[in-house]
Design a protein around this ligand. Sequence first.
Ligand code: FPP
Length: 248
Amino acid sequence: MEYKKVTIASEINAQNLPKHIAIIMDGNGRWAKKKGLPRIAGHWAGAEALRDIVRTCCDLNIQVLSVFAFSSENWKRPAQEVNAIMNLLLYYLKKEVDLLHENNVKINVLGAWEELPQRIVEQIKYSLKQTKNNTGLVLNIVLNYGGRQEILSACKKICADVLEGKISQDDISEEIFKNYLYTQNLPDPDLLIRPSGEIRISNFLLWQIAYTELWFTNIYWPEFKPENLMEAIRDFQKRERRFGGLKK
Ligand code: FPP
């Protein structure tokens, strides 16, 4: 089954789309509270919102979408909530993988996902294998991830390669360093979206967002609609990106 096409708002310039959009899917708990529902109902509604955003990114021919699903710090939450999020992830991967595959989406999982419960690791492996040759949207599901942890782990791998003589200390450049991160050869995010009214980065893709345009909204993630994505893209297109240089 192919995704139903969304109408692309004419105000969007198809020549100046962000190649990579990153989203911190925040506000699920507060959305649920507002509705008098348990927190996990917010996460389920968040997964529904994600489906529409993935579909919209496919329609817009966005190259990469990275979504923060579970941070290294989220383990601090009550075991019941952690368990429920894990079950939701498993359900989402099982239920969505065929549809994602039919729509040429390549699933990628960033973070220390091998440390997750075995049933999730198995499902991730299956999803990665099934979609590995797809050439459409790259969907980075960011799981058990922390930006600082990622940078430290890259440093450790580089040290090991230097000690083994695979590279020399003088070879270490930004380009080389990048290859040791989970994102490797993917472009850096052009646009980072954070809903829910919080104006912070929360340890997400710290290296990669050095020159990313940031966009915040008060809407809780379960209420985030394709129209909101379009609004973020329209704002992005009004920005002048100078990457530390001068106005052209
Ligand atoms: C933050 O909201 C959200 C999370 C920690 C979980 C995000 C997970 C999903 C949206 C589920 C779907 C994801 C996939 C990949 C299927 P919060 O709980 O911090 O909200 P709050 O700040 O309002 O409490």
